[in-house]
Design a protein around this ligand. Sequence first.
Ligand code: ME8
Length: 520
Amino acid sequence: MADKTYYITTPIYYVNDKPHLGHVYTTVACDVLARFKRLDGFDVKFLTGTDEHGLKVHQAAEKAGVDTQSFTDGVSQNFRDLTPMMNYSNDDFIRTTEPRHIKAAQALWQKIEEAGDIYLDNYGGWYAVRDEAFYGEDELTEVDGKKIAPSGAECEWMEEESYFFRLSAWQDKLLEFYDTHPDFILPESRRNEVISFVKGGLRDLSVSRTAFDWGVPVPGNDKHVMYVWIDALTNYMTAAGFPDTESADFKKFWPADLHMVGKDILRFHAVYWPAFLMSAGIEPPKRVFAHGWWTIEGQKMSKSLGNVIAPQDLVERYGVDPARYFMLREVPFGNDGNFSHEAAVNRINSDLANGIGNLSQRSLSMIYKNCEEKTPKFSDLQEEDNVLLELAQSKMLASVRLALDEQKFHSALESIMKLVSAADGYVDAQAPWKLKKEDPDRMRTVLYVLAETIRCLALIMQPVTPESAAKMLDQLAISKEERDFSFISKDHALKPGTAISKPEGVFPRIVEEEPQQATA
Ligand code: ME8
């Protein structure tokens, strides 16, 4: 068993609506990290799932005229179907309506209550159902007589008996925690936002509701259900075996290494969650990374604008692997990004079709035709051969690893693309098609160096474009046992004389149909 472990989670998505590009973005990012870490020798746990309680889901079910449980079963399945569709490698899929989770949420509540951080009181406050969050009067703006939260969500006044979490008591301890764990919140700019929010003072948090019953019952008082966020956040521990803190899984995987979230829900993960955990005497996760938002052709994705991109559209238009690549390459992770079809086509064609695809196709075709369908023998490696090989066999992995440890997907992919450009430059400079007559030995050496470069490229592309990378490795006859990252090394270089299969294009070019001429 690997002694290095890695536990990574996506947010659990609300089942009030169907999945779209934004949800897929977060989970693909986590999938790439999970696959990378597995190939890099870690024992990985990768969790995703659905958040099924709360007023927002309850209201969506009512609107659909379906009982809430059947409604959540249906929508949750839409999220589960993304695993084969987007090629996720999640190890578990959690639903907050499962008994294992209800047990865990109640156990966490009890620990916090025993610590003296939960009390009962009456409450009046402004609640945004869309965000499942209370806001202070000072945070709201009034538009047409309506109270609007900073997120744009409409708030309504709620008044009821409620349990409270003594969040105000955790201000200093949270600040100290951020201070001693400088990498807890990334990117840096978001970390600063959280710190100034906490420095501004924390109000106690209402953590139960009585106005509806679609939630986890509060232990010892059935009139109340838990606030959906205290319930939802616990999912990360449920899947690791909580409340059995002695279980092998909990010992191995808690605290989680990374909660990946969108910037909309950073406060819940970076303020409330560590406070709940510290109160319960449980170690907080090691990192929360908040990524940015996708807009569509310059506008916010929304159902009313009719510009929501469904995962099916991505797959049909671009293919799974190119869609995964595009999402992570196009926008520096952490920033907001604008999705446009044109940008997707350009990026996919330039990097994948004309880049990796073309390099691989033309190099392997030359080998197939000119070297008896076998990886060629090489002789006398020259300076330029060694430079390319060193980049492929050693430097690239080191820089990709470093970038991914900070969730810089775009930089990681940039490093990979640098190898592609270097290899393209090498082909042009060496011109193996000329060497065929002039110096066949040198031609074989050049083609060997290219084949080895393609092997390393295919290995490192596995986390991002798993199917296409597997096809490339199959063409090179690399066995399944020789595909983890310990094989990206000089010591495991291609063996000359290995039969390769007839090369077939791996990354097709997206050819746009000419726009129809309007006819009068
Ligand atoms: O907030 N761009 O669930 P949710 C990028 N249940 N990412 C986007 C996006 C966009 N336009 N739209 C959504 C919840 N996302 C809670 C989470 S966790 C304990 C509970 C992604 O269904 C992004 O990751 O509203 C965002 O944080 C998440 O979906 C919100 O999903």
